[in-house]
Design a protein around this ligand. Structure first.
Ligand code: ADP
Ligand code: MG
Length: 393
């Protein structure tokens, strides 16, 4: 990686701003899922062990102004438990009082800033606001991959004032995702599903150009099937994407694989009647909610042969147990393949956990939107802003 990381800087006795993604669910003043907090612990613990004082910053939800319902205070409590040391909570993220708190920090101490989005300047990438954040530390470590696709002040503009380097989580995301774009093992199999084609056209195109096989499932398969001339009943279909689907079918040729059988339902409901049919026999009034067993067998065969796998998007409505088998069977196949495997996307990650195979996936991306934009081959502002490693000469 040609970007600097925490390993490349001396942080002893320095005040280090750490941008993290603590956008976690909170109920009744308690963090209900601390996965994102845990994911940053290696970076935070490393910096503390190296003798830094930490000023940690994050957004939470989408408040437009200060709102106690979006306070990071519950996160400070959870973070303190996980780090096993006190975490001070700042009353705001900028201003004289916060500056005094940051200036008073000793090595090994941790200060959590209040929600960055209490200031609209954060999302506007305002340089003046970024300079006020930058004033709090000597350098910045960015471990918020989930926010890397946003040009926001704490992610992008801040780099104009202090050096920003990658944390371990950011480094890991960049390493695995860029492998998919530049030097994946072969055969490289991409698995794409989820609700809609229109959300993911860029990703489908990018992966069609790079992968040896692209396996399609989920709601997006319906639009492809309709574009091929099949009748899909009441399935979720994007008529406005039919033209795109035809073009992708042309471009993809043999590399693009579609379901040969599907699980159909007589209603969109968990207790709907379910039947398995070939794709050319979907009756009117029924809808496709999962891929069928023959499709699973064909896809699993490709997955078994793969050396490198990228998966985004569930194969069916896995939230309904009756229509989860396609997704879970694919999850197991990926876990058992022995390939380097990357799973990205909020629902896909949830599906891999629900299937009980998360610990056998090589890399589970923490960024939904960010990982998709990365796989499209786009430059993410938060990655572009990281300091370049001095060229070795
Ligand atoms: P991710 O969050 O992993 O990127 P998406 O948000 O694109 O995935 O898609 C996930 C959603 O797609 C799930 O809620 C799932 O129920 C839905 N889905 C999958 N297959 C179908 C289908 N055949 N019909 C309708 N919805 C589907
Ligand atoms: Mg989703």
């Amino acid at each position: 990686m040609n970007k600097m990381t925490v390993r490349d800087v001396d942080v002893r006795g320095r005040r280090v701003l750490v941008r993290v993604d603590f956008n976690v669910p909170i109920a009744d003043g308690k963090v209900t899922d601390d996965t994102r907090i845990r994911a940053t612990l290696p970076t935070l613990q490393y910096l503390l062990d190296q003798g830094a004082a930490l000023i940690v910053m994050s957004h939470l939800g989408r408040p437009k102004k200060p709102d106690p319902a979006f306070s990071l205070r519950p996160v400070a409590e959870r973070l303190s438990e996980l780090l096993g040391r006190p975490v001070q909570m700042a009353p705001d993220c900028v201003g004289p009082e916060v500056e005094a708190m940051a200036a008073a920090l000793q090595p090994g101490q941790v200060l959590l800033l209040e929600n960055l989005r209490f200031h609209p300047e954060e999302e506007k990438n305002d340089p003046e606001f970024a300079s006020r954040l930058a004033r709090l530390g000597d350098l910045c470590v960015n471990d918020a991959f989930g926010a890397a696709h946003r040009a926001h002040a704490s992610v992008e503009a801040i780099a104009r004032f202090i050096p920003v380097v990658a944390g371990f989580l950011m480094e890991k995301e960049i390493r695995y995702l860029s492998q998919a774009l530049t030097n994946p093992g072969r055969p490289f199999v991409a698995i794409l599903g989820g609700a809609k084609i229109s959300d993911k056209i860029g990703v489908i195109e990018s992966l069609l150009a790079r992968a040896d096989r692209v396996l399609i499932g989920g709601g997006m398969a319906n639009t492809f099937l309709k574009a091929m001339g099949y009748r899909v009943g009441d399935s979720l279909v994007e008529d406005e994407a039919l033209e795109t689907a035809r073009r992708l079918l042309q471009e993809g040729g043999e590399r693009l694989m579609l379901p040969v059988d599907v699980v159909i339902a007589d209603a969109f409901a968990p207790d709907a009647r379910a039947r398995v049919v070939p794709v050319d026999q979907v009756p009117d009034g029924w809808r496709i909610l999962d891929i069928g067993p023959q499709t699973v067998a064909r896809y699993a065969e490709e997955i078994r042969r793969a050396a490198f796998i990228v998966w985004n998007g569930p194969m069916g409505v896995f939230e309904f147990p009756r229509f989860a088998e396609g997704t879970f069977a694919i999850a197991r196949a990926v876990a058992e393949s022995g390939a380097v495997s990357i799973v990205g996307g909020g629902d896909s990650v949830a599906a891999v956990h629900a299937a009980g195979v998360a610990d056998r996936i090589t890399h589970i991306s923490t960024g939904g939107g960010a990982s998709l934009e990365f796989l499209e081959g786009r430059t993410l502002p938060g990655i572009a802003a990281l300091a370049d490693r001095p060229s070795s000469s």
